[in-house]
Every structure is written in structure tokens, then in C-alpha cells.
Design a protein around this ligand. Structure first.
Ligand code: PLP
Length: 412
């Protein structure tokens, strides 16, 4: 297929796109194809005014009274309730707090404490580094063992010694989706609890935590949810556990009566017990506003658009990029693919940098992956064609071999 034909087809797909209007909710720099919403989501256009109001009015004028006046105190649960429908949880099962890494620590310890006779945690070897480090740290702290297994092969490591299984719903590197329902049922069949990391699936896939019986879940606010740099994360606990779980960081904001300033800890009822310290109000309210970008948008339509974008990319990559030395590392089957495409290339770092110079922004993941994320709210089919065109141009001109790219920047 010629790229000119592809562009005409992409334009038709964009014209017929039922969520095409959502792009105008974002303030994207002109001329940029942004394929890194899986690392830092784009800025929704209405957010700067909200942030300005939070800082100038709520903080500047309202001062400490804004904790009551602007309901800052309840914001972690309120924003959690906005995330809940995006991940198939009830509004009282999600709270926004801390980072994904910290929340994972909290729920893994809570899960292990709910299975006190069991001595094993399970994790997949390709999980995100933080997840691997935290599983290992929790195991060390509680004297547990770690077993590794691919989610598809979890049955092979399950027995009545497994306390909890912790997998990422979508692999951060390859973009493979794991079958949440089947894996969760397998864990439960062995009496273990199931913890999912939703960092690369929330906001782009239809997720049904409650319908799948998931025990705990965590995820970032700053990726596809567009909460802004360093946005707080969210943590979900099933209603079954809300009043019995005990997380290991008993801060005063998770106390039943925080302003009684009691010397002894008594956990707050419900999801609030997963709070620890004072919430980052400016970030949290930024994220609250940003979630408005999902207003009235069906996750079914988001997922359909995401698959359409990645399908088109893969089709063009086979014709145009494969002959230039790119290998697709992302599953081909729609049901196995998240919202990103990973391409292996021997000079992946140089390719990513040269693409950025051409205003196509993706990222590099060691050792050799060009990672391109397709955020369906603002990426168009024509952007897919541009990205393929530009990647081909980079390699054809040898721009990826520029010695300037011998030295890596801090954040790749
Ligand atoms: C991005 C990401 C994280 C990041 O955790 P933070 O604590 O927010 O830095 C964790 N896990 C996965 C799977 C991720 O993709």
C-alpha cells in the first residue's frame, strides 16, 4: 500500500471517528504527533484555568479554610470515584493517593496479611521494574518467597502456598494484554488474592475489576488519564476487603478520626484506610479536572478507536518499516494488544531521538524498543500515517546514527 492511499484511508477513518471530537479537548502543540500519552498524558485544554483557580483563589484567598470550603479533605475519595467507572469498580472502592509504587506496597502487604498462612508472592518476570522491586521488598519484609510466571502460565506456579499474584494488565514494554478474568479466576481457584497494575490499561481498555472479582488494583494518574506530571496514583480494593484489610502505612489521614489527634491508630472505615499522609492537593485537583476529558466518552468507543489506530500502524509497519530493520514486538491479535506498539530496532534510541527532532514523540525502552503509545482521545489515524512516514524518513536518511545520540538523555 502506498502511504498516499493510506493517508486518504486514514482521513476517512478520522471523519467517521465517533470520538474524534475529544481531540479538541486537548491543548496539543501544533505540528506535533504525540505518541507518548502512555508516559505523560497530554494537557486537557481546560486544566490551566482550573489550576490557576486552585492556586490563586482556593490557596491564595481561601488559605487553610479551603480544606473545608473547597472540600480538599475529601478530594482523594472524590477523585477516586471519578476513576472508578473507567476501571469497572464501584465509587467507594477507589481512592487517589501517593504513587503507584507506594500503593503497590500497601496492597501487597494488605493482601499477604489476608492470607497469613501462605508464604509466596507471584509476579511476572517482565513486570515494570518498580513492581518487581516492591514484590521483592514485601517478600523480604514479611519473610515470603517470590515465584515468577508469565500470566498465561500462572497455573504452573499456583498452589495453596500462594498468598497473592501481582501482574500488569498491559505489559509496559511489549503492550501485551493479559486476560484479567481468566488469570484472576485461576488465582482465586488456588485461594490466592489477585493484584493488577493498570498503569498501561486504565483509560484505553474496557476494564471490569469487579466483574472479574479482582481483589486489589493500582495505577498511575499521569499516563492515559492525563493527570499531569507526577499526578497521584489510584488504588482500588474490592468491597470484600474494605473493612478488614490492613495496609502497612497507617498515616493520620487514614485514621477514623484524624482531627481527634489520638496517640493510637484506628483505621478509617472503607477505602479511606488506604490513605496515608496529606494529599498533594494541587496535583490532585489538576487530575480531577483532567478526568473531565473522558466526560460522555464510552470506554467501548475508546477501545475500538485504540485498536483501529494500532491495527493501521501495524499494517503500515509491515509494508514500510519492516524492510528498514524494524521488528514488531507487539501482539497482532486485537484481544492481546493494548494501546501501544513496540518496535525493536538495533538503533532504537537514535530512532526515537531523530523522530522527536521530526516532531513525532515516542519513547525508548532499553535495550532496543521504540515504544509508541496511541491515546485514542487525541491521536488521529492521520497521525499514524505521519509517524510511519517519519520513521521511514529517519532511517532512510540515517538520521538515527547522528553522533549526538551516542549520549543518552536522563529520561528516555
Ligand atoms: C509507569 C508505571 C509505574 C510507575 O510507578 P510510579 O510509582 O507512579 O512511578 C508502575 N508500574 C507500571 C506497570 C508502570 O507502567
Amino acid at each position: 500500500m502506498h502511504l498516499a492511499d493510506a493517508r486518504a484511508r486514514a482521513e476517512r477513518l478520522d471523519t467517521d471517528d465517533p470520538i474524534g471530537h475529544a481531540r479538541s479537548r486537548f491543548a496539543l502543540p501544533p505540528g506535533v504527533v504525540y505518541l507518548d500519552g502512555n508516559s505523560l498524558g497530554a494537557l486537557p485544554a481546560h486544566v490551566p484555568d482550573v489550576v490557576s483557580d486552585v492556586v490563586r483563589n482556593q490557596w491564595g484567598h481561601g488559605l487553610v479554610g479551603s480544606w473545608n470550603e473547597h472540600a480538599w479533605w475529601d478530594a482523594p475519595e472524590r477523585v477516586g470515584a471519578l476513576v472508578a467507572p473507567l476501571i469497572g469498580a464501584a465509587s467507594d472502592e477507589v481512592v487517589v493517593a501517593d504513587s503507584t509504587s507506594v500503593n503497590l506496597f500497601k496492597v501487597l502487604v494488605a493482601a499477604a496479611r489476608l492470607r497469613p498462612q501462605r508464604r509466596v508472592l507471584v509476579v511476572e518476570p517482565t513486570n515494570f521494574p518498580s513492581d518487581l522491586y516492591i514484590v521483592a521488598a514485601v517478600a523480604e519484609l514479611l519473610g515470603l518467597d517470590v515465584r515468577q510466571a508469565e500470566p498465561r502460565a500462572v497455573d504452573g506456579v499456583l498452589d495453596d502456598d500462594v498468598a497473592a499474584v501481582c501482574f500488569s494488565h498491559v505489559d509496559f514494554q511489549s503492550g501485551r494484554v493479559h486476560d484479567m478474568r481468566t488469570v484472576t479466576h485461576a488465582a482465586h481457584g488456588a485461594g490466592a488474592l489477585m493484584v493488577w497494575d493498570l498503569c498501561h490499561s486504565a483509560g484505553v481498555l474496557e476494564i471490569e475489576l469487579d466483574a472479574c472479582g479482582v481483589d486489589f488494583a493500582v495505577g498511575c494518574g499521569y499516563k492515559y488519564l492525563n493527570g499531569g506530571p507526577g499526578a497521584p496514583a489510584y488504588v482500588m480494593a474490592s468491597r470484600r476487603h474494605l473493612d478488614v484489610m490492613r495496609q502497612p502505612i497507617p498515616g493520620w489521614t487514614g485514621h477514623a478520626r484524624p482531627f481527634d489527634m489520638e496517640p493510637g491508630f484506628e483505621r478509617a472505615p472503607g477505602i479511606a484506610s488506604l490513605r496515608a499522609g496529606t494529599p498533594p492537593i494541587v496535583s490532585l485537583l489538576t487530575m480531577e479536572a483532567a478526568l473531565g476529558a473522558y466526560d460522555g466518552v464510552e470506554m467501548r468507543a475508546v477501545r475500538a478507536k485504540s485498536l483501529s489506530l494500532t491495527r493501521l500502524f501495524l499494517e503500515l509497519a509491515d509494508v514500510v518499516l519492516h524492510p528498514l530493520g524494524f521488528e514488531v514486538a507487539t501482539p497482532r491479535a486485537d484481544e492481546e494488544r493494548g494501546s501501544q506498539v513496540a518496535l525493536r530496532h538495533p538503533d532504537a534510541y537514535g530512532v526515537v531521538q531523530a523522530l522527536i527532532a521530526r516532531r513525532v514523540i515516542g519513547d525508548f525502552r532499553a535495550p532496543n524498543v521504540v515504544r509508541l503509545g496511541f491515546a485514542p482521545l487525541y491521536v488521529r489515524h492521520v497521525d499514524v500515517v505521519t509517524a510511519v512516514e517519519q520513521a521511514a524518513a529517519v532511517v532512510e536518511a540515517g538520521e538515527h546514527r547522528d553522533p549526538a545520540y551516542d549520549q543518552r538523555v536522563t529520561v528516555t
